[in-house]
Each structure stands twice: as C-alpha cells, then as structure tokens.
Design a protein around this ligand. Sequence first.
Ligand code: CO
Length: 210
Amino acid sequence: MKSYEKLLLENKAWAKEKVSEDPKYFSKMAKIQTPEFLWIGCSDSRVPANEITGTKPGEIFVHRNVANMVVHTDLNLLTVLDYAVNHLKVKHVIVCGHYGCGGVKAALTNQNLGIINKWLRNIKDVYRIHKAELDGITDEEAKTDRLVELNVQEQVHDLAKTSIIQKTWKHEKRPDLHGWVYDIKDGLIKPVCEMNYKTKLDPIYGFNDL
Ligand code: CO
C-alpha cells in the first residue's frame, strides 16, 4: 500500500467509528460551526492543535504558518482573523509557538533560503527588538527558545495592533489574546502572555472612528 493510501483507509475507519458512537455525528457537524477559539500555530507537524488541547472537530478554528506569525500584510491571516472574530465571534485568540521551532532557528542564522528569507525576516525583526536580552544568552538552544517566547509575545502584540481586534475590543470587549509555547519534549503548553480589551497599547497604534 502507498503511504497516502493508508491515510484514506484510516479516514474510512475514523468516519465509521464516529458514526458507530453517534449516528448523527456528521449530520450535526455539517449544520453548524461555533468554535470559541481561534488558534494561530506553527505548521510544524508535531504541533497538532486539536490533539494537544483535547479539542474536537468544531471547537477550534485553526490557522497555521511557519513560526506562527501575525504579519499585517498577510491576506490569508487577516481573512482568517476577520472571519473568526467578526463572523464566528470567537472569545479567545491563541498564538501558540513551540520550543525548537525550525523557523525561529533558521531566522537566527545567515542562511540564504530564497523566498523563505522574506518570511523569516519578520522573526529577525523580533530578534532586533530584543537583541540586548538575546545576545546575553550564550547557549544556542536556550537563545532559540527565548526567541520563541518573545516571538509569541510580539505576534500577540501584532494582533492587538490590527483594527479588527481594536474594533471588537471597543464594542464587544472580546476576544482575549493569549500567547502560549508548546514544549515538544514533554507535551506541555506554557502560557507566556495575555492581552484583553483593557490593555493599553502604545497610542501610535490606535485608530480613530472604530
Ligand atoms: Co515551528
């Protein structure tokens, strides 16, 4: 059997199991989607959002990219964010990074990776903001892991800078923003920061007439 054929076979077995547990499982699922959470995570195959949080289909709206970035010109991210916040009306947005992130590691080098350089440059910018602290860490792994945490913090901050979040904070006092880091070595998530509608941003990022 080819490797991808196993996926299709597993899918059949999974669907059958779900129906045997609850004959209406798929007909109920098809009708409505009301997740309470938006998850912005890394594309890394070892960080599956549903599995590590024990959530079922329908419970988390998911966006993943390399190094869980919130890039303000990324139409994909902005579309997901707008849809989740304004249509699904999620209560929480979680940015979840992970220790040992390949994207963060690569950003700390001078390798020329072609088009990937452009994406990693956003992480290099986070490094530059926190250069004083990071350059004080001599162990390379510890330095990467600290940048993973700081990167998550910056991405949460980048969410708060968007008019999408600011407008909903002003009118509906949601969503809360969470920065988390998952540890591939023990499977545990460490919360690193939080922001909500009470958070005071630097005024330069505020918008009138929201
Ligand atoms: Co990663």
